[in-house]
Design a protein around this ligand. Structure first.
Ligand code: AMP
Length: 198
């Protein structure tokens, strides 16, 4: 299965991804986690990405695309599919992804929808180093400006499954898995992504 999970910072992407990945038996690929790992190790990628991550800006598309493209070549991903968490985050990244895959290969994109006041409350109590007041503002702005337009493309392609994520963790997980099963049971009715993406 080839899935995306999208949502503003603090919407629970990481938590829900781990649960989905376990329930569905597919590898979880989180660009945020890969970038934080590269930063901790001090690799060239980590050094290039460090300032952007700390400030809450998106890391340049070329760097993130390369990182994901490399991951998609791993044997487990080739054999079992993927759950991409935090990628794509804009139209250029979605176009990149579609150019490496058969455009009809994506099964669905789960959108975790959470009102921004709840997101801010969650992030300020989480304590990650990029969860500063300015960093949160920047990331929410990037989501609005860069990611939201891409969601419209996924919606137009019939791939978007919106999930209300301001509910208890277990309830959200059950809703995701049930909605996904329902989505997969439906015959595809929409245009291939390539024709829809702008
Ligand atoms: P996340 O763990 O998904 O909240 O991502 C943490 C940070 O990593 C983001 O604020 C960005 O700086 C960076 N990042 C993660 N994924 C991407 C991406 N697809 N494109 C650009 N930057 C990203």
């Amino acid at each position: 299965m080839k899935l995306l999970i999208v949502g503003p910072p603090g919407s629970g992407k990481g938590t829900q991804s781990l649960r989905m990945s376990r329930a569905l038996g597919i590898p979880h690929v989180s660009t945020g986690a890969l970038l934080r790992h590269a930063i901790r190790l001090g690799t060239p990628l980590g050094e290039s990405a460090c300032e952007c991550v700390a400030a809450g800006h998106l890391v340049p598309d070329a760097l993130v695309n390369e990182l994901v493209r490399e991951r998609l070549g791993h044997t487990t991903v080739r054999e079992r599919g993927f759950l991409l968490d935090g990628f794509p985050r804009n139209r250029a990244q979605l176009d990149g992804l579609l150019s490496w895959l058969n455009p009809e290969a994506l099964d669905a994109a789960i959108e975790l929808a959470v009102p921004s006041e709840i997101v801010v409350q969650r992030l300020t109590s989480r304590g990650r180093t990029d969860d500063t007041e300015a960093g949160i503002d920047t990331r929410l702005g990037a989501y609005e400006v860069e990611t939201s337009p891409m969601l419209r493309d996924l919606e137009a392609a019939g791939l978007l499954i919106p999930i209300a994520a301001d509910r208890p963790i277990d309830v959200v997980t059950r809703d995701i898995l049930a909605s996904l099963a329902q989505h997969r049971a439906k015959p595809p009715t929409c245009l291939p992504m390539q024709r829809v993406a702008v």
